[in-house]
Design a protein around this ligand. Structure first.
Ligand code: BEZ
Ligand code: FE
Length: 329
């Protein structure tokens, strides 16, 4: 709709029943069609939420003070809003919508708040963790496309906690990055490095999100895992993690990140592998074959699924730049 054609009526005497349409109307001057659509749906759902719950002023003030605290605790190394999105299941939902995966490709999972941009690129076989108390782990992976062809020279960001379940950024005193590295896949799509066996750990729960979990009788633990992020032009950015089978929190992750396809059984390094990779025989071994989707495959699938989902809701939309907006033609 041409914003200059929008007739805004006097915004007076608004009621429970007509406030929503009027807020949407005044927002409709926005020229960015996608932003206008997102705001329209947000206002509709927020207002319906208040109407359906008969939200009291006191409850809404509790909510506002909670969000204020979530903001106040945020810093360069603490991202409470990501935690909130994670424990509400919204992070996983958005990732699943925005990065659909065809059968046979590697699933994505939650990013979490502990990815940084300070990891160093390391040579194949490097040790990315220097925690002497960690149980040594050899990680050997391949990276392929959905046709089974190796993907060389992909940037792979990898991060994990130390043996006490803390990421480097959670220590006020530290000399630099640890438990993180950047690897590049070789010409056969292989990358390998030395790490430590991941351990379960609680997400930061000394703030408002932790208090919320407690009220809900939910524990704050994540099962043992290692994070991986793959970036290569032409391929859909993949944020994922590998989880250890039989972890006590495998089926109750506080942030809903576990997918069966990402659960691995650790093996042991035998004599031949120990020789090949120059590590001690008997240490833990983690292997995995990652499969990336091209940007083209991913955007086709995203468009198809958006159309299907919105069709089911009876919405007439068209897809512009990979995102739906109302189809008014
Ligand atoms: C993590 O796995 O690093 C993480 C994910 C969500 C919330 C907190 C931590
Ligand atoms: Fe993690």
């Amino acid at each position: 709709m041409d914003p200059s054609q929008v007739k805004i009526p006097p915004l007076k005497d608004l009621t429970i029943d007509n406030i929503t349409e009027n807020v949407i109307l005044i927002n409709s001057l926005c020229e960015d069609q996608r932003m206008k659509y997102v705001l329209e749906r947000l206002v509709t759902h927020l207002h319906d939420f208040a109407r359906e719950t008969r939200l009291s002023s006191k409850e809404w003030m509790t909510g506002l003070l909670f969000l204020t605290e979530v903001g106040q605790i945020c810093s360069d190394v603490r991202q409470e809003f990501i935690l909130l999105s994670d424990v509400l299941g919204l992070s996983l939902l958005v990732d699943s919508i925005d990065h659909p995966k065809p059968a046979g490709s590697t699933d994505g999972t939650v990013l979490g708040p502990f990815h940084t941009h300070e990891a160093e690129e390391m040579a194949p076989g490097a040790a990315m963790s220097h925690d002497p108390k960690g149980e040594p782990l050899l990680v050997v992976c391949t990276l392929k496309d959905t046709q089974g062809r190796p993907i060389p020279d992909c940037k792979i960001d990898i991060w994990e906690t130390d043996s006490t379940g803390h990421y480097d950024v959670q220590y006020a005193e530290r000399d630099g990055p640890d438990g993180r590295c950047i690897m590049r896949s070789d010409k056969d799509g292989v990358f390998w490095f030395k790490a430590i066996k991941p351990v379960p750990y609680p997400i930061p729960h000394d703030g408002p999100v932790g208090r919320l979990l407690k009220k809900l009788h939910r524990h704050p633990y994540r099962p043992s895992h290692m994070h991986f992020m793959f970036e290569k032009p032409g391929y859909d950015h993949l944020i994922t993690a590998l989880y250890l089978r039989n972890d006590p929190y495998e089926t109750s992750d506080a942030v809903f990140g576990v997918k069966d396809t990402l659960v691995v059984d650790l093996g042991k390094v035998d004599a031949a592998l120990a020789k090949k990779y120059d590590v001690q025989e008997g240490i833990h071994l983690m292997t995995y074959d990652f499969v990336l989707v091209t940007e083209e495959e991913s955007s086709r699938l995203r468009d198809e699924r958006s159309k299907e989902a919105l069709d089911k809701l009876g919405r007439k939309v068209k897809i512009v730049n990979g995102l739906p907006i109302p189809d008014l033609d």
